[in-house]
Design a protein. Sequence first.
Length: 318
Amino acid sequence: MPNLKPLILSFGSINIDVTTRAARLPRPGETVHGESYAVMLGGKGSNQAAAAGRLAAGAGLQVALAGRIGQDSFGAQARQALEGFGVDLAPLREDTVNPTGIALIGIDGSGENCITVVGGANMAVDETDVEAASAWLERATVVLLQLEIPHATVLAAARKARAAGALVVLDPAPAPEHGLPDALWQEIDILTPNESETFQLTGLRPDTAEDAARAADLLLAKGVRAVLVKMGSRGVFWHDGTQSGHSAPFSVNPVDTVAAGDCFNAGLAFALAQGKPLSQAVRIASACGALATTRHGAADAAPEWKAVAALMAAQPEA
């Protein structure tokens, strides 16, 4: 790896999203007529890499992605799309047995969504992939992890990255039914749960900043070094074990919430890789997540830095 720019490495899932839009989502056993559909890049690992790649264009940062795709047309589509976002795919491996992962996404007229994921090659990612990406994990400034690959692999990647001095950011999504592996808590620098994930991990609903603060305290006690509770339209509460704060939400007109969390984490990594303090990084991440809701799609909804900077200038923190 001759490139010595600060590196953001996303290690995680790569999917192709088949997205349908209808006035409302079907109830169990019901069929509704949709308005449109699209077949696009998705998966939390690739979404975060793509969003970081778009932000990093011209910023002197390198963005790479590790994980697996299948040797199929969806894999080829994913590779082409990621290259278009400026993501280095040297750590990405092709699976000769399993197909590329897919996600079936339904979106209603208000922008709410429901998602079914078939992991495919993502669920075969193991410690051989961690070893194959070893040089990237050891050089990374920020490593983005999610939970759409086996948890044991997430733990192995986090351990290797943190041992080499990287900042490890974990998006605990999809929300784990039985919590995180005990050993993983100690390897997380920043945990970024949304409302439902916060409830799943702590039993507390972050309906207010005070509720989010109590939840953050519980998560910090498990061993993570900082917690960012994403509260949707109520903003973000953050706590690094010493300092804490609440970042107010940005006012936008949402059309699709699919990409908000992934673009938030990409914005966070983008800011942290440039050495910005956590409070400022949270604000940048929030702007990225807000802008993502104003566009349709997953990776395609990722904003450029120019738009993020403009939103922050138009709506400065009080």
